[in-house]
Design a protein around this ligand. Structure first.
Ligand SMILES: C[S@@+](CC[C@H](N)C(=O)[O-])C[C@H]1O[C@@H](n2cnc3c(N)ncnc32)[C@H](O)[C@@H]1O
Length: 284
């Protein structure tokens, strides 16, 4: 079988299994297997696959057909240009969240104190904390999560990206891990925000492979915004900002939650699909 035939057969199989963008997935799996950039496949359409390559590809395509996320199969994803290892231990970083990280490092660049600090609440793979640390060389980042498995992954990712020495990792339930402690210039969070009952309706890639604790935002999906709005203030510098990502259709509820807790909502940022996605607020 040639590269082109392998792509065509895999695409057909994945389409039957209702995988979104089946051709792209087929190409990415084959590129991963052959350890070449995807575009290089196009220069190698006539290359014959060996028997062992064909077997290995069949196995990868079968896993993807069972709706295992592509990133779990390849073991990594890219976030703001940084390679982030992924597994079932933590949520796969989403492209929308890159915008949150970017807003975060742009704000940190405007902070001129001798020690600039940020808290990543619910760090998961560590993607936001790592991007903040890498893009803000003068900043010290604290990354907290309730999941020890996610934290272990975040530490590995930070080390791989050579920013581990500027990130402190804390295990705990929300702000409890910080006690009365520090005041940050920035608190950033992409918390769990799916309503509990909705989780069963999500795509299998999310429902069956992202950890439930990274998805479940309580009965209406808003539990973590209530907690952040009520509890974050004492951990934020008077001139600091909080930036939170949220889901589709949640903007009005989240604005009210923050305003009722006497935050000043400065910006509601849309994502690339023009959906309200990030709220930026400061203390009154
Ligand atoms: C939606 S994921 C976001 C992960 C990562 N920041 C990202 O954007 O890809 C939410 C994270 O919050 C963590 N989390 C859930 N409940 C928590 C709690 N009570 N305290 C701290 N972290 C919590 C989860 O373990 C998960 O890693």
């Amino acid at each position: 079988m040639t590269v082109l035939e392998a792509i065509q057969k895999s695409t057909e199989f994945l389409a039957k299994k209702n995988v979104e963008s089946p051709r792209l997935n087929a190409e990415q799996l084959l590129a991963h297997l052959l350890k070449m950039p995807r575009m290089k496949l196009y220069l190698n359409f006539d290359r014959a696959l060996s028997a062992s390559e064909t077997d290995a590809l069949r196995e990868l395509v079968k896993r993807r057909g069972q709706r295992e996320p592509l990133q779990h199969i390849t073991g990594a994803t890219s976030f703001c240009g940084f390679e982030i290892a992924v597994s079932r231990a933590a949520l796969i970083p989403r492209p929308e969240t890159e915008m949150l990280a970017e807003l975060g490092w742009n704000f940190l660049a405007t902070c001129h104190s001798s020690l600039v600090t940020a808290l990543d609440f619910g760090t998961g793979t560590g993607c936001i904390a790592i991007a903040l640390a890498a893009k803000s060389p003068h900043a010290k980042i604290t990354a907290l999560d309730i999941s020890p498995e996610a934290l272990a992954m975040a530490k590995t990712n930070a080390a791989q990206n050579k920013v581990a020495e500027r990130i402190e990792f804390l295990h705990g339930d929300g702000f409890a891990a910080l006690q009365t402690g520090p005041q940050f210039d920035l608190i950033v969070s992409n918390p769990p925000y799916i309503a509990s009952a909705e989780i069963a309706t999500l795509d299998p890639e999310v429902r069956d492979f992202d950890p439930r604790g990274a998805l479940d935002g309580g009965a209406d999906g808003l539990d973590f915004y209530r907690r952040l709005a009520a509890e974050a203030k004492i951990f934020l510098n008077p001139a600091g900002k909080i930036m939170v990502e949220f889901g589709d259709g949640q903007v009005d509820a989240i604005k009210s939650i923050f305003e009722n807790e006497k935050w000043i909502v400065e910006v509601v940022q849309e994502d690339y699909s023009h959906r309200a996605r990030i709220l930026v607020a400061r203390r009154l």
